[in-house]
Design a protein around this ligand. Structure first.
Ligand code: GLU
Length: 305
């Protein structure tokens, strides 16, 4: 068996905050402690929201923290041709259809059927449109999104940190978007295509993405790609219990770097992760010898610096 290939996959839509750094540190430790490679992929699919300066800022922040990577970074914004081919491969199998529903229509249906939950299940409204009905919508100037038909099957994984997780795709996820009506490719598609092509076999990321994993497993299967091992790590929460977000400027790494050393920040992250008994300054490399998944906590952490 070859060495592990892990990855850092930041979405550079703003300044990196401590939550991003926390997931990145664990992704780096997971791969490096197994003697593996770490690849860097900039998830800048939403180009207007992800100007290159943020991506360079993230790379500077990683370097400041002591997280390194192998090979040239991969930019999702430059890979549309790959995503086109993947959509074509899915379409060839009859799995893709155009969806003309507007945001407002989706919203109305969602409110009626599923008031709770972050990812509403699509009603399937456009699934059975006839060619004539599609033409009619095109003639009205509507530009479709592309959806994939979710199978009526359960996809399950054994997450390295969170344990077993499964979802019935048709019932719990529904037909999901591959390409938005404005032409932007969806994260779900891009992540599967890229991890496959980059040879990533270890995915370490925030726990918020655990519910996306069954659909990614299915896409991997349909596209003939191997399944990576998954470790979904806890999220860092603000004092009010909400997840840290890019808006919490005070916890941006850039701001912290003015008052703290990288070792202080890494030590705090490692303490929150369960890797240190108490916060003390340390480098990522110095954490390697004692790193083990058995120590890493599963529950979210309130991050007070
Ligand atoms: N880009 C995503 C994020 O920054 C991570 C996606 C993934 O790891 O699959 O949260």
């Amino acid at each position: 068996m070859g060495a592990v290939t892990g990855r850092l996959a930041p979405s550079p839509s703003g300044e990196m905050h401590l939550g991003n750094a926390f997931a990145a540190l664990l992704a780096w430790l997971g791969a490096r402690s197994a003697g593996g490679r770490v690849l860097l992929r900039l998830e800048d699919l939403d180009r207007p929201r992800c100007p290159a300066r943020y991506a360079y800022g993230v790379m500077e922040d990683f370097t400041w923290l002591g997280l390194d990577w192998d090979n040239e970074p991969v930019w999702q914004s430059q890979r549309s041709a790959r995503y086109d081919s993947a959509v074509a491969a899915l379409a060839e199998r009859g799995l893709v259809y155009p969806c003309y529903c507007s945001r407002r229509e989706l919203h109305a249906v969602t409110e009626a059927s599923a008031p709770h939950g972050p990812a509403p299940v699509y009603s399937g409204r456009c699934r059975g449109l006839t060619p004539a009905q599609r033409l009619e919508r095109e003639a009205q100037g509507r530009r479709p999104a592309l959806r994939v038909r979710a199978p009526g099957e359960v996809y399950a994984l054994s997450d390295g940190l969170q344990g077993p997780y499964a979802a019935h795709l048709a019932r719990e996820v529904g037909d999901f978007i591959l390409r938005r009506s404005d032409g932007l490719y969806a994260y779900q598609l891009a992540v599967v295509v890229d991890d496959g092509e980059m040879g990533v076999d270890q995915v370490i990321r925030g726990r918020d993405l655990l519910p996306s994993t069954p659909q990614q497993l299915w896409l991997q299967e349909v596209l003939g790609l191997p399944h990576p091992a998954y470790y979904h790590v806890p999220l860092l929460l603000a004092a009010d219990g909400r997840r840290l977000s890019k808006r919490e400027g005070d916890l941006s790494l850039r701001a912290l770097s003015r008052t703290h050393t990288p070792e202080e920040v890494v030590g705090r992250l490692a303490f929150w992760a369960g890797l240190l008994e108490e916060p003390r300054p340390i480098s990522p490399r110095a954490l390697l010898p004692a790193f083990s998944w058995g120590k890493v906590r599963r529950e979210d952490v309130t991050a007070a610096f």
